[in-house]
Write a protein of this length. Structure first.
Length: 293
């Protein structure tokens, strides 16, 4: 029996070869003819992969890369161009705040004395200004007539007047007060005998009325004047009337600002119907209880 290798046998069975092994193997050997593996090898022919490789061709990413092209951010960057803050930068140019800063320029608040105070009286002047005032004294020509104040200067006559409490006093006040608080102001008036240094005094606390932006005592209110006690004269080395004395007035506001002024004045019994009695109790050495005309 002829021995055929298993491989050949298997091949023969697959090729339907006869038992005599005729050359149908070559006839059916269409492996080369049908070897269309190369002919049908359209893989390289149909290889449009590189042709259809439009990824790089259609790679419009760089072409359509309008990000840099349409990058109008720097182009449309009109922030610096339209940056009219600098161009039309009218903030510093129109910065008229310092220019129109008329607060210090028109700082007429202290000048116009419109600063409010606890007592409702407008502040006369500037709180930071230097204080000043004029000394005044009340006078009358008859006991039934109202008293009227007048300014005092060195050498002025100071009327000796009978107050409601009796005796004789000088009503010493102020006017033209500036740069001092008008609420609860203290007036301390004193008359000094320069020969002995002795003095008499009276202190009052009052609100100063504001007239045309300046403070003053009120003529109709003698409590807004210092009631300096002069007579009966039991303190001076000379007559009170027709003699020179030193008049001292200290004005102090509620915030502690103060000013003192001193004048040489001459008290006088100026009310005609009271002149005799005035001279009696105001003479040097008068004794209490001594009768007077």
């Amino acid at each position: 029996m002829k021995h055929v290798p298993v491989v050949l046998l298997s091949l023969c069975l697959a090729m339907s070869c006869g038992p005599d092994g005729n050359d149908s193997s070559q006839d059916a050997g269409t492996n080369q003819d049908a070897g269309t593996g190369q002919d049908a090898g359209t893989t390289p022919d149909a290889g449009p992969l590189p042709d259809a490789g439009t990824t790089p061709d259609a790679g419009t990413t760089p072409d359509a890369g309008t990000t840099p092209d349409a990058g109008t951010t720097p182009d449309a960057g009109t922030t610096p161009d339209a940056g009219t803050d600098e161009d039309a930068g009218t903030t510093p140019d129109a910065g008229t705040t310092p220019d129109a800063g008329t607060t210090p320029d028109a700082g007429t608040v202290p000048d116009a004395g419109t600063i409010s105070t606890p007592c409702g009286i407008p502040y006369p002047g500037d709180p930071n200004g230097t204080p000043n005032f004029t000394i005044t004294a009340l006078s009358r020509t008859h006991p039934d007539l109202p008293m009227v104040s007048a300014p005092l200067t060195t050498g002025s006559t100071v009327p000796i007047i009978e107050p409601i409490q009796g005796g004789r006093v000088a009503f010493i006040g102020v006017r033209d007060v500036v740069n001092m608080d008008p609420c609860g102001a203290t007036l301390l008036g004193a008359l000094k005998d320069t020969s002995t240094g002795k003095l008499v005094l009276d202190s009052r606390t009052t609100n100063l009325r504001n007239t045309d932006g300046r403070g003053s005592s009120t003529d109709a209110d003698d409590a807004s004047f210092s009631n300096v006690p002069l007579c009966p004269n039991q303190w001076a080395s000379k007559d009170i009337f027709d003699q020179d004395y030193e008049l001292i007035l200290i004005l102090k506001d509620r915030l502690g600002k103060s000013l003192q002024k001193t004048l040489t004045v001459r008290p006088a019994c100026t009310v005609p119907v009271e002149e005799a009695f005035c001279r009696c109790i105001c003479k040097q050495g008068y004794k209490l209880g001594e009768p007077c005309p």
